[in-house]
Design a protein around this ligand. Structure first.
Ligand code: ADP
Ligand code: MG
Ligand code: MG
Length: 250
């Protein structure tokens, strides 16, 4: 699904990713952890194709294609979706219109006819029930005045509707209370599928109690310094990062 090799990327001339390797197969869930400022969000943005991030070395294959050659909107249509650490507010654009436009763009790309309004609303209502979101959220501007937890639930709602092949979730669990965390985790678990991969950036072991990853990576200074199974997350929770950084340095 995704093969990142030696990825080196800079923002404003400053190298942030520094020879990063990552391989993700269909059906897998990966967690990326690591200290603040290690490049986790930068990795997500580079994969999504955000402007201003300059790839200076390395390669990224996505479903057999050269991802770095693809425009951001093509990446999205090809099923690579990023949920933001800080979801943007879009005043004046109704949530339901954004969802419908994105959903129909995906369908068109797959050569399927546009969904009619009735069919689309039935789908969205079903997904909103899963996320325990009230229908009024459809008629509000995207994320405008949403609480932190509501924004994160809205991100997962988008994923459930758009059905990405590769979902990148950047700190989807930040700022969530326990109930919202469980709802978001349930949503992520519903996304689990043999034909889909999920990469979630998180600072907290707690999310991993609900969404069990196949692989955990530690990102530090722009590269992955250790990969392991969920016991690695428990070890990090108990001991922090410094021991690992020392071990790798030695
Ligand atoms: P993480 O998500 O792991 O906390 P980030 O990817 O957000 O880390 O940031 C990694 C480093 O890149 C930090 O030192 C951050 O200050 C820097 N950085 C990120 N975005 C920019 C930017 N637009 N301009 C300059 N530095 C940036
Ligand atoms: Mg951070
Ligand atoms: Mg970040």
């Amino acid at each position: 699904m995704l093969e990142v090799k030696g990825l080196t990327a800079a923002v404003d001339g400053k190298t942030i990713l520094n020879g990063l390797d990552l391989t993700v197969r269909a059906g897998e869930v990966h967690a990326i952890m690591g200290p603040n400022g290690s490049g986790k969000s930068t990795l997500c943005q580079v994969l999504a194709g955000r402007d201003g991030y300059e790839v200076t070395a390395g390669s990224v294959r996505y479903l057999g294609q050269d991802l770095l050659e693809m425009a951001p909107e093509i990446r999205a249509r090809e099923g690579l979706l990023l949920s933001f650490q800080y979801p943007v507010e879009i005043p004046g654009v109704k949530n339901v219109y954004l969802l419908k436009a994105a959903y129909n763009a995906m369908r068109k790309h797959r050569g399927e006819p546009e969904a009619d309004a009735f069919e689309f609303m039935a789908l969205v209502r079903e997904k909103m029930r899963l996320m325990k979101m009230d229908e009024s959220f459809l008629h509000r501007s995207v994320n405008s005045g949403f609480s932190g937890g509501e924004k994160k639930r809205n991100e997962i709602l988008q994923m459930l509707v758009l059905e990405p092949k590769l979902a990148l979730l950047d700190e989807i669990d930040s700022g969530l209370d326990i109930d919202a965390l469980k709802i978001v985790a349930d949503g992520i678990n519903r996304l689990r599928d043999p034909n889909r991969a999920i990469v979630m950036v998180t600072h907290y072991q707690r999310l991993l109690d609900y969404v069990e990853p196949d692989v955990i990576h530690v990102l530090y200074q722009g590269r992955i310094i250790r990969s392991g199974d969920k016991t690695l997350a428990h070890e990090l929770e108990a001991r922090g990062y410094q021991w690992l950084i020392d071990e790798v340095a030695a």
